[in-house]
Design a protein around this ligand. Structure first.
Ligand SMILES: [Zn+2]
Length: 449
């Protein structure tokens, strides 16, 4: 398959032979708050990339960091009076919970930044030794201009980078472009001890310390949202290439586009911030996935009511088809395998998932339009839906859309009220044979599966 690599700005062939080991690192969240739809936009894509590589037989190790110490977390401490441990424990637990509900289940290991302080200190010491970092009164900084390739990922020269760099008043810094590797503590801030006094790591060094510890100096894929290219990923390259004297640090840099809400970039200051939890109250996780995957990964996804309602409609159609074939045994035949091949074929071309989605929707619509499906067809459809679920995670598994289940439950309650226990029990027993259980409690009846 081919992917567009940000560093070389070219399409590169990814060797995906069966059994090959590959390592992928994706920048995880800073856990100062609960996850929002921007996280869904980024992590659904890398989840599908990971699932697809594994589907092709690659032995992929998918690593994600969790930034549990950073300026935003300290601001949150000051706002709430909570400790950094409380803030990050609550929000990382919520992040894992939401990722699970969104079916983003392909990450092998989450690495918390504060578990890698020793490795971070080791990297900073090596940078100082090579003359690429220096200590001043408030921290240790990387000498950006000394790294001749600074700007190669974001395709900017030093003057352009200067305009992009945050203007800070720090007269001790040799150059405004220099970025912090270690920040010495101020009163009330969390700290770890280091050769440069008590303090905490900068943001960019945590990723290279984690990847060097787990993967070594070089690995295959580095992912993250586009707005991380500069200065975050640019600085990772500067750190790791100097430390290891090897380049490139990764074979493929893959960056995802933003999420807009009603055509405006989502941000807290604009108050158009949508949490994933809020959306999951109304829409299925599959609908959120479908919406995010219907746009090319490197373009902006627009979240508006129409797109999410359309996506929910598609998810329900897939679910109805799944229901129609649920009782059959999955049948892998030459015919069903060919269909699967055609559905996933666009992913070979720089993960063109939107085109796969178009093919899947038309497959689902055609199958639903058939007035009768024989056992063989049902088995083949079941196999195909199983493969779609494996790779894209958009098949809603409960055998009936929840709303129709509720209708059935209400009907049964009416029967019981009217004393028709025989019919009510028949409904319960036939649902049970489909793996759906009715539980009658003093507060009412509930379904679970
Ligand atoms: Zn990162």
């Amino acid at each position: 398959m081919e992917v567009k690599d940000t560093l070389s700005a070219t399409m590169k062939t990814v060797e995906t032979r069966e059994g090959k080991r590959m390592n992928m690192f994706v920048c995880g969240p800073t856990v100062q708050d609960i996850p929002h739809m921007g996280h869904a936009r980024t992590y659904v894509f890398y989840d599908v990339l990971a699932r697809y590589l594994r589907y092709k037989g690659v032995r992929l190790f998918y690593l994600m960091n969790i930034t549990d110490i950073e300026d935003h977390i300290i601001t949150k401490m000051q706002e709430t009076g909570q400790s950094w441990e409380q803030i990050t424990a609550t929000n990382s637990a919520e992040f894992f919970n939401i990722m699970g509900r969104l079916k983003n289940n392909s990450v092998n290991y989450y690495a918390f930044a504060t578990d890698y302080i020793e490795e971070i200190i080791s990297q900073i010491s090596r940078l100082i030794k090579r003359g690429y970092a220096y200590e001043i009164s408030d921290g240790v900084y990387y000498r950006a201009r000394k790294f001749k390739d600074y700007g190669k990922l974001s395709k900017q020269n030093l003057d352009q980078l200067m305009t992009g760099a945050r203007v800070e008043i720090n007269e001790e810094k040799e150059d405004p472009l220099d970025f912090a590797l270690w920040k010495k503590k101020k009163v009330g801030e969390p700290f770890w001890s280091s050769p440069w006094g008590e303090g905490r790591p900068g943001w960019h060094i945590e990723d290279t310390a984690i990847t060097e510890s787990i993967f070594g100096p070089r690995y295959d894929i580095h992912g993250g949202a586009k707005d991380l290219i500069f200065p975050h990923h640019e600085s990772e390259i500067a750190q790791m290439e100097v430390i290891s004297r090897k380049k490139p640090i990764v074979k493929y840099w893959i960056h995802t586009g933003h999420l807009n809400v009603d055509d405006i970039k989502m941000s807290k200051s604009l108050k158009n911030f949508i949490t994933i939890e809020e959306s999951l109250k109304t829409y299925w996780p599959e609908a959120i996935r479908i919406m995010m995957l219907s746009i090319r990964y490197n373009s902006a996804v627009n979240f508006d009511e129409k797109s999410i309602i359309d996506a929910q409609g598609i998810a329900e159609k897939i679910s109805i088809l799944q229901h129609r074939v649920n009782g059959s045994d999955a049948r892998k035949s030459q015919h069903s395998s060919e269909i699967v091949g055609r559905l996933f074929e666009p992913m070979e071309d720089d993960m063109n998932v939107p085109e796969s989605m178009v093919r899947i929707v038309s497959f689902v619509k055609d199958s639903l339009a058939k007035p009768h499906l024989d056992e063989e067809e049902k088995g083949e459809i079941k196999f195909i839906l199983g493969e779609i679920e494996k790779v894209i995670g958009i098949v809603h598994l409960p055998p009936l859309p929840e709303k129709s289940m509720q209708v059935l439950l209400d009907l049964r309650n009416e029967m019981r009220k009217g004393g028709d226990y025989g019919s009510a029990d028949r409904i319960r027993d036939s649902l049970k044979s489909l793996g759906i259980h009715i539980e009658d409690t003093a507060e009412g009846s509930y379904l679970w599966w």
